[in-house]
Design a protein around this ligand. Structure first.
Ligand SMILES: [Zn+2]
Length: 578
């Protein structure tokens, strides 16, 4: 399935340059602005030594740098980590209240809000102690209920760093009111158990937490490798180079991956048909994707008009991560991603809808997207080691702790993952027609609507959406035939260009309606966003009281208008190409 020039390029991959960068990064604490700057210089110096031209942007990003924290209980003091963008406090003292976490201890817990409990009414004026991670939805939920602080009881022996704001990247004026206003810290499990016991006895605790926040000049190295036939259109490959502590598995390995792909593609740019842009982001950990968000904001029109796909690279090549089981991909890219992974790694991949996370800062622009985390440990292997779910490092629980060291990287797995990323990106750039199947997206929408219709029963009909989807499916069938018939033509052929324009326009329309509620060029919240989010309130129709029910139905009318109008625009875009 890979084009011959792509297969040839894979033969040029080595791990020498990537591994040297990983080793260097294992000595830099890349959450701190000084080490971030050194890391950016390392990337740029190595690129230039390899002959690859690089541009360095210097945006001012709003970041939050955690310092020291502790929780005290009488004369006992427990080690804690402040969550980035939580409020600093010289000492917040209040009664503790334990709210047991009933959420699925899988990745879901990272993004969803907690369900309501009868204890919610007792939260006001207290410090909430709850199991899991201090993630944004949870923090926003308890802050709104009047909690004065939150202590996240992490599952392991080490508390994990993280960021607790729902604001995506640097805030704009819509976002600013959502900046967390309470202290939030993480503690390890044994200490957390003691704090839970104290909460059950009704004791008072104190959080001390130091953070420094403000505007920090943060370099973004950007490589642009021009295509030879259609240089205006490009694939964006990207990953973060800042990390918690030295962050080897998350994400020095990803930075090495990008470096090697830049080297190989630059040296083989004569065989690149369209352009590839490669970017390394700062501000991922301490600014909730502030680097990629700045880029989305400042290259918005280029991305909107000319980007074929965005590809995220986070935590590849980690120890024991031999499987491809929770790979993020948007539906239109699913078959393509599976085929690439099968061909390069010989593995059957399983994927999922991308979470609202991991530098997916481009959904409001409407870019087809694939990959975030890539290889992962087999579930049996994780279970045998007693590991809990984490958000990176291939499943290694060293993720976001001071244990994320060289032993977390695996050079052989890294070699395979570099090849997967290279094959996917180059194939996307070189395919005559972008290798995406929006019939899959229509199928996803149909399945989503069937679920929402079942929940709504006779209270609301999605028939108008279903009719528009059927029409779009028929039009896409004709587009696929047209794409097939021009597969051997040059990429500059006007029919080929028309088909590719339609594919990009489909993404600009169908990605936002499926992944966002905010307008184009703004950013949705860093929280779980359900499929076709404006129709998801149908799920609560069964339990909504008589008053709320009318508001839900009003929302669904507007949501369906948005979807039907979007689908009809999509049909017109496809017809224009036929
Ligand atoms: Zn990461």
């Amino acid at each position: 399935m890979l084009r011959p020039e792509v297969a040839t390029a894979l033969g040029a991959v080595t791990t020498d340059h990537a591994w040297a960068l990983v080793e260097r990064f294992s000595t830099l604490k890349r959450e701190h602005p000084d080490d971030v700057r050194v890391a950016a210089e390392e990337i740029a110096t190595r690129l230039r030594a390899l002959g690859v031209p690089v541009t360095i942007h210097e945006p001012e990003l709003f970041l939050s740098l955690p310092g020291l924290a502790s929780v005290s209980l009488g004369s006992s003091r427990f080690r804690a980590k402040p969550m980035a963008l939580s409020r600093a406090t010289p000492g917040t003292t209040a009664p503790l209240i334990h709210i047991p976490n009933r959420q699925d201890p899988s990745l879901e817990e990272f993004f969803a809000r907690p369900g309501e409990t009868d204890r919610d009414r007792q939260v006001r004026g207290r410090i909430v102690v709850t199991e899991g991670f201090g993630m944004p939805g949870k923090v926003a939920h308890y802050e709104a209920l009047g909690a004065v602080g939150l202590i996240a009881v992490n599952p392991g022996k080490n508390p994990h760093w993280g960021i607790c704001t729902t604001v995506w990247g640097t805030a704009d004026l819509y976002d600013l009111p959502r900046k967390p206003a309470i202290p939030v810290v993480a503690v390890n499990n044994p200490d957390g158990r003691a704090l839970i016991a104290a909460a059950e006895r009704g004791e008072v605790g104190t959080i001390e937490s130091a953070l420094e926040e403000g505007w920090y000049s943060s370099p973004i190295p950007l490589v642009r490798i021009p295509g030879t036939e259609d240089p205006d259109h490009f694939v964006l490959l990207h990953g973060h180079y800042d990390s918690w502590d030295v962050g080897v598995g998350d994400n020095a390995v990803g930075d090495g991956t990008l470096l090697e792909i830049a080297r190989v593609l630059w040296s083989r740019r004569a065989s690149l048909r369209r352009s590839v842009w490669i970017a390394w982001w700062p501000g991922h950990s301490t600014g909730r994707y502030a680097g990629s968000t700045w880029f989305a904001d400042n290259y918005a029109v280029d991305l909107y008009e000319s980007c074929i796909a965005q590809v995220n690279c986070d935590s590849p090549g980690c120890r024991w991560a031999t499987e491809y089981l929770d790979v993020a991909w948007m539906s239109e890219t699913e078959d393509f991603c599976k085929a690439v992974i099968k061909e390069v790694a010989g593995k059957d991949a399983k994927g999922e809808r991308p979470y609202q996370a991991g530098d997916y800062s481009f959904n409001n622009i409407g870019l087809s997207s694939y990959f975030m985390l890539l290889s992962t440990m087999a579930p049996d292997d994780r279970a045998a080691k007693g590991y809990y779910a984490v958000g990176g490092c291939g499943g290694n629980i060293a993720w976001h702790t001071e244990d994320d060291l060289m032993e977390i990287a695996d050079r052989n797995i890294l070699a395979t993952d570099i090849k997967i990323y290279l094959a996917a990106v180059m194939q996307t750039a070189n395919a005559t027609v972008a290798p995406f199947d929006f019939g899959r997206t229509v199928g996803e929408f149909e399945a989503t609507l069937a679920r929402y219709q079942a929940a709504a029963g006779t209270a609301f009909s999605f028939e108008a959406s279903r009719r528009a989807l059927a029409e779009l499916r028929a039009a896409l069938g004709k587009l696929a035939e047209r794409a097939q018939s021009v597969a051997e033509r040059p990429v500059t052929d006007s029919t080929v260009q028309a088909v590719n324009t339609a594919v990009r326009r489909l993404a600009r329309l169908l990605v936002p309606v499926n992944f966002t509620t905010r307008p184009a060029f703004f950013h949705d919240m860093a929280e779980q966003i359900p499929p076709l989010p404006d129709l998801a309130p149908s799920l609560e129709l069964g339990s909504a009281g008589p008053e709320r029910r009318g508001f839900v139905l009003t929302h669904l009318v507007r949501g369906q208008n948005r979807l039907v109008a979007t689908l009809r625009d999509a049909i017109r875009e496809v017809e224009r190409a036929l």
